[in-house]
Design a protein around this ligand. Structure first.
Ligand code: C2E
Ligand code: CA
Ligand code: CA
Length: 587
């Protein structure tokens, strides 16, 4: 866009008559304009190469190139075509006047120049120009942060890509940044706090990129923009290689990970960044943005708070995810989603006391898909709600069938996700399902993971209390993986602690620290009136150690693998003599 940096407007007067130049300058005094002069076309283009004015006053009759020829040249050059031109001529010939408008003049003035007319025309063209510039800039600015928006980014990006095609040594990088807990902060603290957070993120990025070090060689081409939501994109102009772009990403992550102070709340979060470099031969802005976005997703998937450089193999993973997302919609409610049940045993006497329902997806083309691949997708898309309801119904129905023949079976256990727990009316749904299947509430156990609870402990307590009031059993799943301390266990109304497989795996005579730790967990749980279930038991040695620390319940491939609903009820597990072999089972 054209424009001078200062407040005064710049006007280029192209006229070969010195007196007229001076006269025009004097007439324009009240408008706060700075004039430059050119006596012919050549001089005019020299002046334009030095700086771009806000307005050109162009005479018709000039030595060499005529005014009309100069006008045509101006309009043919994309960098100059936007400058408004007022065409000045002494002739009243209609042909000249209409030709100057056809060639792109914004206005026309009759010579000899008269002060009031010149002032009025220049003022009106400048005013129109100011309005156009404002519209242009509004359309390209994000109103919340004042940063360039998607449109401006796309334009800048397209220009940068064009430049790589002309200058083979030129390369730049794109950083696609997404804040890891934005939605949660927005939902829990409100949109105003969310807006404040976005403004602070923008400010941190801006300050950091301003004090840019020597990595980026063309800081003029560097653009920080907000795409929308909590997505920001940084175009780093003229960067030597991916390693340099990565080091900028690392530096930005360091800056963004510091706590934010928002209207009295202190908020901690991290960001994920996808990095892509122009040397992959991109032809369009969209292609390059898409790959940066994919790399950002990869960064989120690999634990958040980090950056990942794009690699073409990531396309396959994204395609698979899309496929899963699309097909899952149809699979829910159909027989493609089935449950298997893993028995929970009383370790000492070997009886099955509970069954944990685990979802399986039998995809007609992709075959068996394990829950780790589709539950996260269901959670992100909200499909977990209908899916979770289907699982609850099926598990309760199966429980009632087994229960008739096996009175020792106390409960069926169902895994629930955070989104299910948080949906208003979830407790009512659970109550309805229990009633519909003619069960006592304590025959249904709901498992929630420790990490899910610890991401917002206060909110979790009240959600769990509501469920507890129904009388259902509550289990803390994967205990030991979610950073809760033993000291806060008493805050939650759990009936059961499920000790995560990663701890159970370490239980052998040599790892005394793990034995001591599990012992401490078991003791504390009993003191709080909770039961303990050890997950993932694979060896007899683990069983022996668990019995010495008084852990009464267990689950794992050694005791019983998950079984399909139609298959035979798992037999009781009988504790073998302590001396028997302790080889590991293959998983
Ligand atoms: P989880 O709740 O911790 O379930 C235990 C997982 O460990 C199951 O994997 C089970 O097959 C596996 N496992 C059990 N014993 C052993 C063992 O001795 N050794 C080894 N190596 N693994 C063992 P699965 O079925 O793949 O489930 C993975 C996770 O998916 C579950 O972890 C649970 O968090 C989630 N999930 C499964 N079904 C559902 C569901 O219906 N709803 C929700 N929200 N999540 C589900
Ligand atoms: Ca579980
Ligand atoms: Ca578990």
């Amino acid at each position: 866009m054209t424009g001078s940096a200062g407040t005064a407007h710049q006007v280029l007067l192209v006229d070969d008559d010195r007196t007229i130049q001076r006269l025009a300058e004097a007439f324009l005094k009240p408008l706060d304009v700075a004039c430059e002069f050119a006596g012919c076309g050549a001089e005019a283009f020299e002046a334009l190469a030095r700086s771009v004015p806000d307005l050109i006053l162009l005479d018709h009759e000039l030595p060499g190139e005529s005014g009309l020829q100069i006008l045509e040249r101006l309009k043919a050059d994309p960098a100059l075509a936007q400058i408004p031109v007022i065409y000045a001529t002494g002739t009243t010939k209609e042909t000249v006047i209409s030709r100057c408008f056809e060639a792109g003049a914004n206005d026309y003035i009759q010579k000899p120049l008269r002060r009031p007319e010149l002032l009025a025309r220049v003022r009106s063209v400048l005013e129109r120009q100011r309005m156009i510039r404002e519209l242009w800039s509004n359309a390209r600015t994000d109103s919340l942060t004042g940063l360039p928006n998607r449109l401006l980014l796309q334009e800048t990006l397209s220009r940068a890509i064009e430049r790589t095609q002309q200058d083979l040594r030129y390369r730049f990088a794109l950083l696609f940044l997404d804040f890891d807990r934005f939605k949660m902060i927005n939902d829990s603290l409100g949109h105003e706090v969310g807006d404040l957070l976005l403004q602070q993120i923008a400010e941190r990025l801006r300050a950091n990129l301003r004090s840019e070090d020597a990595i980026v060689r063309d800081s003029q081409m560097t653009t920080l923009s907000r795409l929308g939501g909590d997505e920001f994109v940084i175009l780093l102009g003229d960067i030597p290689d991916e390693a340099a772009a990565s080091s900028v990403a690392r530096r930005l992550l360091g800056v963004l990970n510091r706590p934010y102070s928002l209207a009295g709340h202190t908020v901690n979060s991290t960001a994920s960044i996808g990095v892509v470099c122009s040397d992959r031969g991109y032809r369009t802005a969209d292609e390059m943005l898409r790959d940066a976005d994919i790399a950002m997703y990869e960064a989120k998937a690999s634990g958040k708070g980090c950056h990942v450089v794009f690699d073409p193999s990531m396309h396959a993973a994204v395609m698979e995810r899309h496929r899963i997302e699309n097909d899952l919609r149809d699979a829910i409610g159909s027989s493609q989603i089935q449950l298997v049940y893993q028995p929970i045993f009383a370790i000492e006497d070997g009886l099955v006391v509970g069954m944990e329902a685990l979802a399986r997806w039998h995809h007609p083309e992709l075959g068996l898909i394990p829950p780790d691949r589709f539950i996260p997708v269901a959670e992100e898309t909200g499909l977990i709600l209908p899916l979770g309801e289907q699982v609850l119904h099926a598990a309760c129905e199966q429980f009632q069938q087994w229960r008739r023949q096996h009175p020792a079976l106390n409960y069926v256990s169902v895994n629930v996700s955070r989104a299910q727990l948080e949906v208003p009316g979830f407790a009512d749904l659970v109550a309805d399902i229990v009633t519909k299947h003619g069960m006592a509430p304590q025959q249904l156990q709901l498992e929630v993971t420790e990490s899910m609870i610890m991401s917002r402990p206060e909110a979790a307590v009240s959600l769990l209390e509501t469920l507890k009031a129904l009388g259902v059993r509550l289990a803390m799943d994967d205990f030991g993986t979610g950073y809760s301390s033993l000291s806060c266990l008493h805050c939650f109304p759990f009936d059961v602690i499920k000790i995560d497989r990663s701890f159970v795996q370490e239980l052998n005579g040599e790892r005394t620290e793990f034995v001591a730790l599990v012992h401490a967990i078991v003791n504390l749980a009993y003191n709080l009136g909770m039961e303990c279930v050890a997950e993932g038991i694979e060896t007899r040695e683990q069983v022996a150690v668990l019995l010495t620390v008084d852990c009464l319940y267990g689950q794992g491939y050694l005791l019983g693998r998950p079984v399909a609903s139609g298959s035979t009820y798992p037999a009781a597990w009988h504790q073998p003599p302590a001396s028997s072999d302790s080889s590991r089972l293959s998983a």
